[in-house]
Write a protein of this length. Structure first.
Length: 271
């Protein structure tokens, strides 16, 4: 994987160099499969899988435009978190494009756009749901409930900031049940998922618990996933996200529901 600067206003796009340079835009309406991570497709047979952890890091650095160049079907999993991508992006540095070609064209600095939630939008059922509510801050509330005592009930309320993302959310590793990780590897997705980077649960135990970085790492990772999935909106969402046992499928349905009615949101300047 190579991360490269992109033109202001171009958004985040993946390029499959192994498929003749096929471009797949990182947008919610390009999402196909969501069973084992979020997969985006370009409609011509090219896809990229498990993009959510990289997308979370991109959103966590508040990067709007980026080219992601791949020579395979998914970004490398690295440490199973967003921190490993965040470190790469921090090393490279970020340029404020309010002085860009676009800004010169319209003769004023172009401010960063956000999508402001105007009224509640929710998807799912009582058992599993995802919702967005109007709020002046970018807030995340997540609750999970697993029968396995290794996870159990975990809840977290967290407000977005770049520093907070790096400290509280980005380090939270991905997790799965041992049989799921085996199925993931067999299906050709999550190719890099292993006991070195993925918290693996068997029965009521995390079998590689020495990798754990937080006691409530699982709910933190669910917020990481939600940040990555919501980044496919194309701009930060100004509002409160609430997830109750939500996953990639519901997170994507939520964006589709949000954008299905223009009365649900406003496009506003973040300054
Ligand atoms: Zn994840």
């Amino acid at each position: 994987m190579r991360l490269a600067p992109a033109m202001p206003g171009s958004g985040v796009a993946f390029r499959r160099n192994d498929l003749g340079g096929a471009i797949i835009s990182a947008r919610y309406d390009q999402v196909g499969q969501t069973r084992l991570g979020t997969v985006i497709e370009n409609g011509n047979g090219a896809s990229v899988g498990v993009i959510e952890h990289l997308m979370a890091a991109v959103a966590g650095c508040e990067i709007d435009d980026l080219d992601v160049i791949l020579d395979g079907p998914e970004p490398p999993i690295l440490d199973g978190d967003a921190l490993s991508y965040l470190s790469l992006l921090s090393q490279a540095g970020v340029v404020d494009t309010a002085g860009s070609r676009e800004a010169i064209k319209v003769k004023r600095p172009v401010s960063r756009e956000a999508i402001k939630v105007k009224r509640p939008v929710s998807v799912g059922t009582k058992e599993a749901r995802a919702a967005l509510f109007p709020s002046e801050t970018r807030e995340f509330r997540f609750e999970i409930d697993f029968p396995s005592a290794a996870i159990g009930h975990q809840a977290l309320k967290w407000r977005f900031s770049r520093e907070g993302f790096a400290a509280d959310i980005a380090p939270a590793r991905t997790f799965g049940f041992v049989h799921e990780i085996e199925a993931l590897n067999k299906s050709g997705l999550g190719r890099g998922a292993s006991l070195e980077n993925t918290l693996a649960i068997e029965g009521d135990k995390v079998i590689n618990s020495s990798l754990m970085r937080f006691p409530d790492e699982f709910v933190r990772h669910k917020i990481l996933d939600a940040i990555g999935d919501l980044a496919l909106a194309g701009a930060p969402i100004l509002g409160r996200f609430e997830g109750h046992r939500s996953g990639h499928g519901l997170n994507n349905q939520l964006l589709r529901a949000l954008f299905s009615d223009p009365d649900n949101y406003n496009r506003v300047s973040l300054d």
